[in-house]
Design a protein around this ligand. Sequence first.
Ligand code: XIL
Length: 361
Amino acid sequence: MAALSPSPAAEPTTLRQAAGDRFLVGAAVRPDQLARPESAKLIAEQFNCLTAENVFKPQSIQPRKGEFNFADADKIADFAAKHNMALIGHTLCWHNQTGRWMFEDAQGKPLPREEGLANLKAHIFAVAGHFKGKVKGWDVVNEAIDDGGPYLRDTPARKSIGDDYIIQAFKFAHEADPNAELYYNDYNIERDYKNAKTVRLLNELKAAGVRIDGVGVQAHWGIAWPDNAELERGLKALAATGLKLHFTELDVDVLPRKGESANITDVQKSAGSTAENPYVKGLPDEMQKKLADRYAELFRLIMKHGSQVERITFWGVDDGSSWLNGFPIRGRTNYPLLFDRQFKPKPAAAAVMKVLREEGK
Ligand code: XIL
């Protein structure tokens, strides 16, 4: 009997299909995007992993000591569960978007170590406990490496607890949810100026014997930066730690800017000039093409790390909702994502789909 010829595999039409079981494709979202039918549909179709853009952060969940608000965070968790998506918890310990009460007294002085530790532990136990079994993994500590100094950023947590606040946070997270994966997350850690400091921290965490599964490379990148050779070098060094690579906040800035940092407190007001905000009426074809090429290049570069890449998450869904419309300069019109303001795929989306189809593992 003649063998039945296998039916030709249908071409994948969405990002999650195209990535298959190679890695998760995620998006950062806000509850309002999930409540809007148009964006909710796009999110459920394209992505298989969600991060909350803001509502899992300490300021949102525990704005004042002992006052917990899980309602918004639960909306994201429920949507993820309903649509068979993984959920990433971002973040348990950060120096931004965190109530001052956690590590400072009313005068702004660091709390004594024992008090700071108790607040950190209570927060992590409450939050990781609440999402136990629902979260694939936690960004336990966010942005602990200093941009300028020799090693650690002097955050309120560090001032109160000491250098081991990072180790303690990982220990608490593991105790609170022993099955959750734990990650260290930061920006520009693939860049020369921060890479060695980050590798040092990752190795110290491993040496301390705490659970750590992955390193989160935020990947707030630009059309012409970082330099590809520097990026490759940095990723290679991070990969050499043996940890899984998570690309946690990918977007590609197309607008002119001075710095190349994702430090959210470095925001300037717009002067309203055309030079500063050149594409108010739309992104010219030539720039669409550049953005598509850049996305293809970045995906190829990331995918060189094969099965060590566990996730690629975009920081947003459509251009209209991107934080880069307000960062690092307020009030601009930016185009950093794969879907436009009408939720339609841009040439960059097609370019990424093409790379996903072509690049095997
Ligand atoms: C940003 C959000 O996108 C904004 O809505 C918010 O106003 C500030 O924070 N690195 C991170 C993210 O780890 O949490 C930040 O998200 C972007 C930079």
